[in-house]
Ligand binder design. Structure first.
Ligand code: ADE
Length: 261
């Protein structure tokens, strides 16, 4: 067990998001649970404590695949987490996915990784992998928490923010170092990767690091925009007004269920 987590009998869960709005009220919830210790590593603050009774290390990755990979690596090597859960928003890619829906990843792929013709498109060179699977049990728990959140709060949120009734989807999430914000670009992604449900900028990097270290991971994304010409405005207002409520509500249900298990 590492120095940073010796206080826990049980190895902690790593919980992270890219931006503060995407983390919801998790740090406040940790503070409300009791003592919180903040450790700074690689210009990031890692909050160590319990949330709804579950030992956790909570942090912000910031945006992009390198930031996400560095943060996942620190969670594993410095904080000895036993699993990682990532929460945040994403652009909808699948035609059935609408703003306000939730996507829990079954698998993740880097849509901007292309070392062809040396290696097949999307394959991580020398690892021989294109798709990184989420840890099924953890993804199931997360999806169950999303379903409970949508059942409890979906209708009120939909009315308040004029959204469609939220649905929970499971499937492929694609990641790249690009905010996708044109109909042309999202159309190209849809054509190249017809199974993709959502696009974001961190998930596949987290999943790759977790795969390399045999650490279970799961990723949940609320759809803030549809990655088209309206994406920037939709993303900005969703992030400001709504993302917090989704992440707080989903993670509370997920962690409460874990603490009872
Ligand atoms: N995160 C949320 N919306 C996104 C988009 N359109 N492209 C990339 N990442 C996103």
């Amino acid at each position: 067990m590492s120095k940073e987590t010796m206080a826990f009998k049980q190895r902690p869960l790593g919980v992270l998001a890219a931006l503060p709005q995407e983390l919801g009220d998790l740090v406040d919830a940790m503070r409300a649970d009791g003592e919180l210790r903040t450790v700074t590593v690689g210009r990031r603050d890692y909050h160590v404590g319990t949330v709804y009774g579950v030992p956790c290390v909570v942090t912000l990755a910031r945006v992009g695949k390198v930031a996400a990979a560095a943060t996942a690596s620190a969670l594993i090597h410095v904080f000895d987490v036993d699993a990682i859960v990532f929460t945040g928003v994403a652009g909808g890619v699948g035609s059935q996915v609408r703003v306000g829906d939730v996507v829990v990843a079954n698998a993740l792929l880097q849509h901007d990784l292309d070392a062809s013709p040396l290696f097949p498109r999307y394959e991580v060179p020398l690892l021989g992998v294109t798709h990184f699977a989420a840890y099924a049990e953890l993804a199931d728990e997360l999806a169950a928490a999303c379903e409970r959140f949508v059942a409890d709060e979906g209708a009120a949120l939909a009315e308040r923010f004029r959204l469609h009734g939220a649905r929970v989807h499971r499937g492929l999430v694609i990641s790249g170092d690009r905010f996708v914000s044109s109909s042309e670009e999202v159309g190209a992604l849809r054509a190249a990767l017809p199974d993709a449900l959502a696009v974001e900028m961190e998930g596949a990097a987290i999943a790759q690091v977790c795969y390399e270290h045999d650490v279970p991971c799961a990723i949940v994304r609320t759809i803030s925009d549809t990655a088209d010409d309206h994406a920037t405005a939709s993303f900005t207002s969703f992030l400001t007004d709504i993302a917090h409520a989704y992440s707080s509500g989903i993670l509370r249900r997920f962690l409460e269920a874990r603490s009872r298990a």
